[in-house]
Design a protein around this ligand. Structure first.
Ligand code: HEM
Ligand SMILES: [Cu+2]
Length: 658
């Protein structure tokens, strides 16, 4: 660690070299950026921060942008796979008593669809967007713990492959995405399917936890000088709150899945009431994670909305503080409602009332957010472009999902429609309206930053209308069949019930909605290759990621900006003031204080390494093996230890010994 002899150009003429002080021997110190001309600065930084060439180099990358791009593409592919599952289910359900898909395959289909969408698409894609944007928005050169971040990606892909390979082998979980016992327990769940569910969940949550920790530390300790807590962009706040929710929620599901595999493999009776265990414990543990999970997906989406709206309303967001407090309130409250998923289990009356009240209460901070956004649009001069269109679509859909949520929070109605298509309609309105529409808006909004090119606006509008119409056609009628009594998770229904026509309509809507994603994929590929050049700040937005080039260089910023405002680029039309004093021959970052973001120390960021990949392979092998025998944990510990020793092996850098 080095003491912070960092200076802002505001109070120091650039030609004065900042001098090393404190614990560093001057002889060990390298060249600094202070007073260096732009061309040599670029040469130095490009060499210091580059990802090594070749395939091994690519696999060793610790650049947050490189890893985030991989994450985004992988998560999008999983969205397509999960969507194909859904289309297959909808083709089977498009008419009564169709024989296309049998019950066994159908069980695997809805389970894989749910698992893929929740664990392999939604959470990873919001985290990936954060991995790309948070370091840029807070004005630093890399995410905290870059090797851990690389590790998390490898864990995530291998977890996803594990699930999908088992699906290809007809070994996929078939017990629903929440895998309730006793159905998934040793008695009723023979074979390996529920084991695949258990280990795949534990494994992918390792990856989410790693990203959450890296995000929290980046936001707390690596903000550009001057970015005090009240100047953190709302998107970054949303990722910070989300990451805390991940840290508190994910362990609950990892415990659930681990208890399950212990019951199945080791012969414990944790969930077995016959031997003093408790089957309901499974549901409590699962939903203590499962409800916050919804907010893990939704909160970053609100952050995206809070970034898109001011850019297109041409004014700072109304009620910045109110929005921050609402985010935090939602984060806390999200842990207090899990029992509304369990109203049908026969709760004591008082318990049911408390959880009804808390479920309704969360509508308050969410409502505040919606009103702040509306006020911003109302008072601004909105320019309607594709990203804003998707935000408007989000308002429309999410409000409907919120309303059915308030309905379901009341116990009598919930008991009536429990496990029907009404619930399926509700949670797709919330998940797709609340997360997928903002994500699509975000894709159009930040695509120019990531690729340096604009997406086609014309295709974007087509995409929007197709998605909006397809979505509502597919999911609105599900409320109605749900009220008619059609249960979820059934592979077919008899003709006499008269559900055929409406299901045909739903399936047609689902296909239309799926096609809108095909159009989106085409727009992505077409725009990467042929899009109009974007420039640094095509939307004339205010936050720091737009201050650097598009795509950003490996080191993000040639000089670290000094922040004086929530929208620095609007406050300082000139080039931003900068902080200098960082070494250019080593990967140095500014570490700043938590509240005020005073520059505190200079700290080295990790260099590229192949070990995170090898560690992920060792961990992945252990988990795969562990679906067959618990001894895998013992034998797997050896390769994991070896890879971790390799990962942390000191390189003789004097700072390592300090
Ligand atoms: C092409 C778009 C989509 C369509 C057509 C679709 C359709 C469906 C259908 C028909 C079911 C119910 C199956 C059944 O109960 O028999 C279902 C379940 C589910 N969907 Fe989707 N869905 C789509 C996108 C999504 C997305 C984006 C998410 C999450 C972000 C999601 C999450 C879920 C979950 C968690 C379940 C419950 C699975 C279970 O019962 O275990 N879906 N979906
Ligand atoms: Cu819930």
């Amino acid at each position: 660690m080095s003491s912070a002899d960092l200076t802002s150009e505001r109070d120091l003429p650039p030609e004065r070299e900042a001098s090393a002080k404190g614990d560093i021997a001057p002889g060990r110190d390298g060249p600094r950026d202070t007073g260096m001309d732009d061309a040599s600065l670029h040469r130095w930084l490009a060499r210091t921060w580059r990802t090594p060439a070749g395939i091994i180099g690519a696999l060793s990358s610790v650049d947050h942008k490189v890893i985030a791009r991989r994450y985004l593409i992988t998560a999008f592919l999983f969205l397509c796979l999960g969507g194909l599952n859904a289309v297959a289910m909808r083709i089977q359900l498009s008419g009564p008593q169709r024989g296309l898909i049998g019950p066994d395959l159908y069980n695997q289909l809805f389970t894989m669809h749910g698992v893929t969408m929740m664990f392999l698409f939604a959470v990873p894609i919001v985290q990936a967007t954060g991995i790309y944007l948070v370091p840029l928005m807070v004005g630093t050169r890399n995410i905290a713990f870059p090797r851990l971040n690389a590790f998390s990606y490898w864990v995530y892909v291998s977890g996803g492959l594990f699930a999908w390979v088992s699906f290809a082998l007809s070994m996929a979980p078939d017990v629903g995405w929440f895998a309730y016992v006793p159905l998934s327990g040793p008695e009723y769940g023979p074979g390996k399917r529920a084991d695949v569910w258990a280990q795949m969940i534990t494994y992918t949550e390792v990856s989410s936890l790693a990203v959450a920790v890296a995000t929290i530390v980046t936001v707390f300790k690596q903000r550009a000088p001057g970015m005090s807590l009240d100047k953190i962009p709302l998107y970054v706040w949303s990722l910070l709150v989300t990451s805390f929710v991940v840290v508190f929620a994910m362990p609950a599901v990892m415990i659930t899945s681990t208890f399950l595999i212990l019951d199945r493999l080791v012969g414990t009776h944790i969930f077995n009431p016959a031997e003093g265990g408790d089957a309901l414990l499974f549901q409590h543990l699962f939903w203590f994670f499962g409800h916050p999970e919804v907010y893990i997906i939704f909160l970053p989406a609100t952050g995206m909305v809070s970034a898109i709206i001011p850019a297109f309303a041409r004014r700072p967001v109304f009620g910045h503080l109110g929005l921050v407090l609402s985010l935090i309130a939602v984060g806390f409250l999200s842990f207090g409602l899990w029992v509304h998923h369990m109203f049908a289990t026969g709760l004591p009356k008082l318990g049911a009332s408390v959880f009804t009240a808390s479920s309704m209460m969360i509508a308050i901070p969410n409502g505040i957010q919606i009103f702040c956004w509306l006020a911003t649009l109302w008072d601004g001069r909105p320019v309607i472009r594709t990203p804003l269109l998707f935000v408007l679509g989000f308002f429309f859909i999410f409000v409907i999902g919120g309303l059915t949520g308030v309905m379901l929070a009341s116990v009598p109605l919930d008991l009536q429609v429990h496990d029907t298509y009404f619930v399926v309609a509700h949670f797709h309105y919330v998940l797709i309206g609340g997360a997928v529409f903002p994500l699509l808006g975000a894709a159009y909004f930040w695509f120019p930053k990531i690729t340096g090119r604009m997406m086609s606006e014309r295709l974007g509008r087509w995409h929007f209308w197709l998605a909006l119409i397809g979505f509502n056609a597919a999911f609105f009628p599900m409320h109605i069949v749900g009220l008619w009594g059609m249960p979820r998770r059934v592979y077919t229904y008899p003709a006499e019930l008269g559900w055929g026509n409406i299901n045909l309509f739903i399936s047609a809507g689902a296909v239309l909605f799926f096609l809108s994603f095909v159009l989106f994929a085409f727009n992505l590929v077409h725009s990467v290759l042929k899009g109009a050049p974007a420039g640094d700040n095509p939307w004339d937005a205010g936050t720091l990621e737009w201050a650097t080039s598009s795509p950003p260089p490996s080191y993000n910023f040639a000089r670290i900006p000094v922040v004086t405002n929530v929208e620095p680029l609007w406050a300082e039309r000139e080039p931003l003031p900068v902080a200098t004093g960082l070494r250019v021959d080593a990967r140095e970052l500014i570490i700043s204080t938590v509240a005020e973001a005073h520059p505190d120390i200079r700290e080295k960021s990790a260099t590229p390494s192949i070990w995170p990949l090898l560690a992920a392979i060792a961990v992945g092998g252990t988990f795969l093996y562990s679906i067959f025998t618990p001894w895998a944990i013992v034998w797997g510990a050896a390769p994991i230890a070896v890879t971790l020793i390799g990962w942390f092996w000191p390189k003789g850098d004097p700072e390592d010994e300090e």
